[in-house]
Design a protein around this ligand. Structure first.
Ligand SMILES: [Zn+2]
Length: 278
């Protein structure tokens, strides 16, 4: 027995060495594989801040008429209280084109900021919004649908008044011709519906450009309804950005083409408004 043991010493030594090396390598590799990567906590927090931080995101507020009637129309005093809230809280109001120029760049605005937009183009834009935006010196973007623009001024907005608004800090942009539901039109998929979509997206831009004598850069979807082909048509039509009514803010480091807007409804409490803008 002793002899056998003696004769096999090199073999046993080799087995011992190989097994040892294998166990060692196995342990080493397991350790390497399961060891979590070294986390740089400050970098992680920066990334989190970039995604969720208020300083890096800009809510675009969306209002409609100013006559206190219907779920989307605030009265002038409530609107004034919203503007005053922004002012008193030190929240800046950024011009929409200025905000869009910053998208995708690291140049965030200093402090908390919101942008303000109005849809449709009611007469109150001229009689109430223009004086209020001047009083607070707040830039506003107004998306109009051209069927809402008339040549008589008693009850509606006119081209002359739109030009005055545009020159006075209320930037006018496109909200189609007839305020049609473009997703529904797209689903219909007839020669007529395709022609109508073309008019609503392309022709509205041309009409506004002719009457206002400036380039129309943005487009807001009626009812906030959109799909990917419609977005692509807007890109082809030459719009620089399009606007939905999807819930949420816009992260400044993300250069999105379709931007969200935060609907402000008449029944929103001041607490809720505060929550949205802070
Ligand atoms: Zn609308």
């Amino acid at each position: 027995m002793k002899q056998v043991y003696k004769n096999n010493i090199p073999v046993l030594a080799a087995i011992f060495l190989i097994t040892g090396a294998a166990v060692y390598l196995l342990l080493f590799w397991r350790g390497a594989a399961f060891k979590p990567p070294v986390q740089d906590d400050t970098r992680w927090e920066l990334m989190l801040e970039e995604e969720t931080g208020r300083l890096n995101s800009v809510p675009i507020l969306l209002y409609h008429n100013i006559d206190g009637k219907g779920p989307f129309s605030l009265d002038l005093e409530t609107l004034r209280s919203h503007f005053a809230l922004l002012k008193n809280a030190g929240i800046g109001v950024i011009d929409l084109p200025d905000f869009i120029d910053r998208l995708g760049t690291p140049s965030r605005p200093g402090g908390r900021t919101v942008a303000i937009s109005f849809d449709d183009g009611f007469q109150s834009m001229y009689t109430k919004l223009l004086p209020l935006s001047r009083e607070f010196n707040y830039p506003v973007t107004l998306f109009v649908y051209t069927d809402n623009v008339y040549s008589r001024a008693e009850k509606s907005i006119t081209w002359r008044r739109l030009r005055e608004l545009d020159a006075g800090g209320v930037t006018v942009e496109s909200h189609t011709i007839s305020h049609a539901d473009l997703v529904r039109l797209y689903a219909r998929n007839t020669p007529e519906s395709r022609k109508k979509i073309f008019d609503e997206i392309y022709l509205s831009k041309r009409i506004l450009e002719l009457y206002l004598g400036k380039r129309i850069r943005y487009f807001a979807f009626p009812y906030g309804r959109y799909n990917l082909p419609l977005i692509q048509m807007c890109m082809h039509a030459g719009y620089e950005r399009v606007f939905s009514t999807d819930y949420g803010s816009n992260v400044i480091t993300r250069n999105n083409y379709c931007l969200r807007r935060q609907h402000i409804k008449r029944n929103y409490s001041s607490d809720l408004i505060e929550k949205i803008v802070r």
